[in-house]
Every structure is written in structure tokens, then in C-alpha cells.
Ligand binder design. Sequence first.
Ligand code: NAP
Length: 274
Amino acid sequence: MTEDVPTVALNDGNLIPQLGFGVWQVSTDDVVPAVRTALEVGYRHIDTAAVYGNEAGVGQAIRESKIDRDELFVTTKLWNDRHRDVVGAAKESLGKLGLDHVDLYLIHWPSPRHGDFTAAWEQMQEVRAQGLARSLGVSNFTQTHIDTIMQLIDTVPAVNQIEVHPTFAQRAMRAYNASKGITTEAYSPLGLGDDLNRPEIVEVADSVNRTPAQVILRWHLQHGHVVFPKSITPHRIRENFRLFDFELDADAMKQIDSVDEGNRVGNDPVTADF
Ligand SMILES: NC(=O)c1ccc[n+]([C@@H]2O[C@H](COP(=O)([O-])OP(=O)(O)OC[C@H]3O[C@@H](n4cnc5c(N)ncnc54)[C@H](OP(=O)(O)O)[C@@H]3O)[C@@H](O)[C@H]2O)c1
């Protein structure tokens, strides 16, 4: 793993680099150059998903980089229409990625309308048993969804990947994850860019001579979240990686904490109907 990036120990004993690179909404044209740049900059953790349609490009950039597979941490996710065909879906993703395993495989949404997320969690265990994924987790799961799978299957997800950023801090959900030993992965860590212009955040950035994106990402790291900001812009990909040569003091952390106002920028897992 890259020296600069700390790792977080998951509840199954595996390590995950705390900073990665996300590729949601990265087109098939952009994905190879974006991941190539990220790997050149030093990112060793890539977060993709079957539904992003860019697993093949992620795999191509990984192969072209010639970086040892063991140095990389790759996550992909099971889409909602495959909750009853988890092993098949995992193999399909691996075929596109050109990998024999992923480091982390997630149920992307509970999608309760399908009524299958518990069956999916059960089948995920087979994905790991077959060596197709090293760690297993969930995404967009509320406390109720997690309690439901835990009542039936005795394996605690290693991570819960949920929307978290300063204006949507999800304190209760993060505390719940922590109480179960589940690592919180914070998606849309910049609030899709929404949080960057908040005056409180700009003020903190100015005070430490960093950009708003850097102080937001640093806030995540100091809260213990795993993050993977997305960018297709080379200078931002570099900027988002330069987080390990400064720290936020308690006042700066508190000031960023103070902007939490329930500003969800993605879908609500309770009402999402897809
Ligand atoms: N599990 C889920 O349901 C779920 C949902 C959403 C996201 N995710 C994961 O989380 C990753 C990150 O979240 P996200 O893509 O939603 O949003 P994000 O990382 O919060 O924000 C991405 C946006 O911020 C811009 N940006 C990035 N760095 C910047 C910087 N330094 N300065 C100014 N603007 C900057 C990007 O622009 P440019 O690209 O134009 O530079 C892009 O428009 C995704 O890629 C995906 O892997 C998972």
C-alpha cells in the first residue's frame, strides 16, 4: 500500500486504505485516463460498481499501470436486479475488471421493494467462500436494514458505504455503524461539490492554506471515515491526495462539524424505489 495513506482495519482483519478514488459518473471515455492519473498520483484504492458501467475501464487502467495486484484495493458493488444471483453478478464484474477477486464487494442498495436484500447478504457469503471477494459489506443500509440481515445471518458487514459530508454528517448512522464494528465509508464526501463554497469551510481552508476540498477530506479522515472523492480533473485528483502533511485542530474540526444541516444530495435509502 502507498506509504502516505493510512489503512483502517476492518472487522474481518483486512486492511483498507483510508483514501481512495471514486468513479461514479465517470464515462467510459474518461475512466481510463482518470484512473491512470489517480494511480500515478499514488491512490491505491478504487471504488466502482457494476451499475457505473466503467468496470472494464477501471480494469484496463489497473493492468496498464503494471502495479502489483497486492498493492491495490478494488471495490465493486452488486446492482439491485441481481440480489438473487450474487455469485453470477460477482463473476460478471470480475470478468469486466479482468481480476480474479475484488478486495471488497458491497450490496449497493437494500432496495427493499425487491424484498431480496437478506437473500443477497446470504449469497454474498458464498462470494467470499469462493475467493471472489476478500471482504463483504453493504451500502445505503439504515439501522433497520442492518438489524434485519443480522437477525438471520451471523456475519457483520465489514463496511457500510453511506452518504456523508459536512452538510449531511449522519452522526446517528455513523455511531450505529461504529457500535457494530462496521467501518463507515463516506460517499459523496464533498457533497458532489455542494459543500465546497460554505463560508465556514472556506474560512477553515484559508486559515490552514489549503483548499476547501482538502479540508473537507481531512475532516473525514480525522473522523475515521474511509473516503474516495471522484474527479476527472488531473489537478483536482492530485489536490485530493495531498492530505497527509497537515492537520485540523479541534476548533477547525468543530467549525466544519457545525455546518451539518441534513443536506442530502443523493437518494434516501428509505424511499429510493429502484
Ligand atoms: N454507494 C453509493 O450509492 C454511492 C453513491 C454516490 C457515490 N458513491 C461513491 O463515492 C464516490 C465519490 O462521491 P461522488 O462522486 O458522488 O461525489 P464527490 O466526490 O463528493 O464529488 C465529486 C464532484 O466534486 C468535484 N470535485 C472533486 N474534487 C474537487 C476539488 N478538489 N475541487 C473542486 N471540485 C472537486 C468533481 O468534479 P470533476 O470530476 O469535474 O473534477 C465532481 O463534480 C463516487 O465516485 C462513488 O465511487 C457511492
